[in-house]
Design a protein around this ligand. Structure first.
Ligand code: AMP
Ligand code: MG
Length: 413
């Protein structure tokens, strides 16, 4: 790509990606704690410390189907023991175990007093009245101690923990039906543009389908957050004013696409200035140079560019970390890896370039997804990552070491 003086000049008055993100995150506040039912808490951030109010397991129990015995009776094999009872999971043991005795016991059933060892059924002749132990077994074998998982009084999960399936299981084990989590932001999605058509409407000359409403709403859903999907807004100040007021009434964050360039029909900035305040940035990035960021009625608003690749990239780089912070997350960045480039790549001077990549962890290589124009949404659909090329680089040969942002991986865990 030839050195373009216009992009170099623009870069000089631009914010870097990192500066823009820093300014955004400085304005973002973590939302307040709210109660959540356990099954609604997946992906949320715990807003309280959780201590065990009792031992888990609550009682000493068998780890195997077999026979509860005294260790001293099974130090050598074969050993013949009298069977005096049976204990199923969920039952309380009837009486204690004496010397020379055994009780049949199922996995999870409490040990009777006097027993300290379980012989698994495979190590016996599995008889009813008198059982022969065929394998010598050490005292304590296959016994789960009370409190071996969680100890009463111990803090098990700390505030700030992201709740996954395993943490939800631990909370259930502790009998927590409702817990305190950081409220998750609701995100309004607004598409602007006179050229946009609904998915099922006939396309009139000059019209295209509204892709961004669907891709951006899905990017919100993919984070486990709730999008408030608003319709297409026409390029008039009136329509936009109406839509943004409605969005601010329903959501914590408003994400618009389109209308943030300097075209005659780009109304986002003047309307937001009227309803609240907005910074209008030129970012040293390709794709996606214009970005607007501000506030309406205490709600944050991100004005993303309309090109479908630019809007999704802007969401990934700027909106997603902001939403994560609001939701109480502390890890805000996707994993980055160094990979060997399997293509050549020309990138614009003075602009940080985010190529859409296919990263292969097995070989540690990455290639681009073909044409990289900001309107070529297919380049995103084929990608599992971004290749992050610094402003200072204009050309990369095959074999170059590049930084890959793994958008197929979560920020945490
Ligand atoms: P704008 O940022 O409004 O100047 O739009 C830049 C480009 O993105 C134009 O080609 C628009 O037609 C296109 N565009 C804007 N909004 C959308 C959308 N919601 N879906 C698909 N393309 C869009
Ligand atoms: Mg437009």
């Amino acid at each position: 790509m030839p050195v373009s003086t216009s992009s170099a000049r623009a870069a000089a008055r631009s914010l870097s990606v990192d500066e823009a993100l820093e300014r955004i995150l400085a304005r973002v506040r973590t939302l307040e704690p709210v109660p959540a039912e356990l099954l609604d808490a997946l992906g949320a951030v715990l807003a309280e410390d959780i201590a065990a109010d009792r031992d888990v397991p609550p009682f000493r129990n068998s780890a195997m189907d077999g026979y509860a015995v005294r260790g001293a009776d099974v130090a050598t094999a074969p050993a013949k023991l009298r069977v005096t009872g049976e204990i199923a999971a969920g039952a309380a043991p009837q009486g204690a175990l004496g010397p020379g005795e055994a009780m049949r016991i199922m996995t999870g059933a409490p040990l009777p007093d006097g027993a300290d060892t379980i012989v698994r059924v495979e190590d016996t002749d599995n008889r009813i009245d008198t059982v022969t132990i065929t394998v010598a077994t050490k005292p304590g074998t296959s016994v789960r101690a009370a409190g071996e998982d969680l100890k009463a009084g111990e803090t098990i999960l700390r505030r700030g923990t992201v709740l996954r399936a395993a943490e939800i299981g631990v909370l259930a084990t502790l009998g927590k039906r409702s817990i305190s989590v950081t409220r998750r932001p609701r995100v309004a999605i607004v598409s602007t543009g006179d050229e946009l058509a609904e998915l099922d409407a006939p396309l009139r000359p000059g019209q295209i389908r509204d892709a961004n409403r669907y891709s951006l709403a899905s990017a919100v859903s993919a984070m486990g957050l709730e999008p408030v999907v608003l319709g297409i807004v026409r390029d008039t100040a009136d329509d936009l004013r109406h839509a943004l007021r409605a969005a601010a009434a329903q959501a914590d964050v408003i994400v618009t696409s389109g209308g943030v360039s300097v075209g005659d029909h780009d109304h986002v900035k003047p309307v937001v200035d009227e309803l609240g305040s907005m910074d209008f940035w030129s970012i040293a990035i390709r794709p996606g140079r214009p970005l607007a960021f501000g506030e309406i009625d205490g709600r944050l608003i991100f004005g993303l560019p309309g090109n479908p690749v630019s809007s999704l990239l802007g969401f990934e780089l700027f909106v997603r970390p902001a939403l994560l912070k609001m939701a109480g997350r502390t890890l805000l960045h996707r994993p980055r890896v160094t990979a060997t480039l399997n293509d050549t790549l020309d990138t614009p001077p003075g602009l940080r370039f985010f190529a859409r990549g296919v990263y292969d962890p097995a070989s540690g290589t990455v290639r681009t997804t073909g044409p990289q124009g900001s309107g070529i949404l297919r380049s995103m659909a084929l990608a599992n990552s971004f290749i992050d090329v610094p402003e200072t680089i204009q050309h990369l040969d095959r074999g170059a070491q590049v930084t890959v942002i793994r958008t197929d991986q979560p920020e945490d865990h």
